[in-house]
Design a protein around this ligand. Structure first.
Ligand code: SAM
Length: 243
C-alpha cells in the first residue's frame, strides 16, 4: 500500500500548515451549516490531524482510511477519535453523518471513474438527509509550471525526496518517493523507495458522477479566487448536498 512506508514522513512534513488551512476552508464553507456537536466523518483521514482539530471543537468525529500505518499515527494524534480501517469505496458504518469531509487530494487518489462513482455512492449512503459532502480536488494547473521539479524534506536523521511525474493525456500523477534514513551511529543509511499515485479529473466529470450518485446540489469554490488562500491556488472545493 502506497502510504505504508511514507506515513511517518507524511505526518511530519506534508501536513505542516495544511490542517490549519483546511480547517479555515471548513470554517468558511461547512461548519457554520452544521448543528453543534454534529457527527462528522473524516474520510481518507490519513494521520488524523484534521480529525483532531474537529474533535477539539467538540464535533463527534470518526475517521476512515485504508492505510493501517496512517491510522496508527492518527490514533496518537487524535486519541478521542474513533478510527476505522476500511476502503472508502465500500465502507459501512453503523451511524449516519451530518457531514463527510475528505481533504488534501484524497479524492485524486481514486484512479478510475468507476472508483470515483463507488466513492460518491458510499458517501451518499453515509450521509443524513440534507448532509454535506465536502472535498477538494488538486487541479491540473498544479502541474503547469514547476510540477516536475519535485521537492525534498531533510532533517538530521533522514532525507525524503519526492519527484512527481504527470502524464497529461491520462491525467495520471505519480509521486516517486525516495527516503534515506540514518541507521545507528556508523553513518549507514537505509534507502526506501515508494510511490503515491493520483489522477486529475476535470470538474465536469466530477459533477456528472456526483449527480449520478444523487448529489443534485453542488457548489464549486476556488481555493484562491474565492477563498483567497494562496496555498490553495490550484485547489477546488466541492460542497455537495445529499437531498
Ligand atoms: C493525501 S492523504 C490525505 C490525508 C488526510 N485527509 C489529510 O488531510 O492529511 C490521502 C489519504 O487517502 C487514503 N486513501 C487513499 N485511497 C483510499 C481508499 N480507497 N480508501 C480509504 N483511504 C484511502 C490514504 O491512505 C491517505 O491517508
Amino acid at each position: 500500500m502506497s502510504y505504508a512506508k511514507f506515513a511517518k514522513y507524511y505526518d511530519r512534513y506534508w501536513t505542516k500548515d495544511a490542517p490549519a488551512l483546511f480547517e479555515m476552508a471548513l470554517n468558511r464553507l461547512v461548519l457554520p451549516l452544521l448543528p453543534e456537536k454534529a457527527d462528522i466523518l473524516d474520510l481518507c483521514c490519513g494521520t488524523g490531524q484534521l480529525s483532531a482539530r474537529l474533535s477539539h471543537r467538540r464535533f463527534n468525529v470518526i475517521g476512515v482510511d485504508n492505510s493501517r500505518e496512517m491510522l496508527d499515527i492518527a490514533e496518537k494524534n487524535a486519541p478521542d477519535v474513533l478510527f476505522s480501517l476500511q476502503d472508502a469505496e465500500t465502507f459501512s458504518l453503523s451511524q449516519k453523518f451530518s457531514a463527510v469531509v475528505s481533504v488534501f487530494d484524497s479524492v485524486n487518489h481514486f484512479l478510475s471513474e468507476e472508483s470515483l462513482l463507488n466513492l460518491f455512492n458510499s458517501v451518499m449512503k453515509a450521509l443524513k438527509d440534507g448532509g454535506i459532502f465536502f472535498f477538494d480536488i488538486n487541479g491540473i494547473n498544479a502541474f503547469d509550471d514547476d510540477w516536475d521539479e519535485g521537492f525534498s524534506m531533510v532533517d538530521c536523521s533522514s532525507a525524503c525526496i519526492v519527484k512527481p511525474l504527470f502524464e497529461p493525456v491520462t491525467g495520471d500523477i505519480v509521486y516517486n518517493i525516495i527516503i534515506f534514513e540514518v541507521k545507528g551511529s556508523g553513518g549507514d543509511y537505509l534507502r526506501t523507495d515508494t510511490q503515491v499515485q493520483e489522477r486529475f479529473y476535470p470538474n465536469e466529470l466530477i459533477l456528472s458522477l456526483l449527480r449520478e450518485s444523487g448529489f443534485n446540489e453542488v457548489q464549486i469554490v476556488d481555493g484562491y479566487a474565492d477563498l483567497k488562500i494562496k496555498a490553495f491556488k490550484c485547489r477546488q472545493f466541492f460542497l455537495a448536498k445529499a437531498n
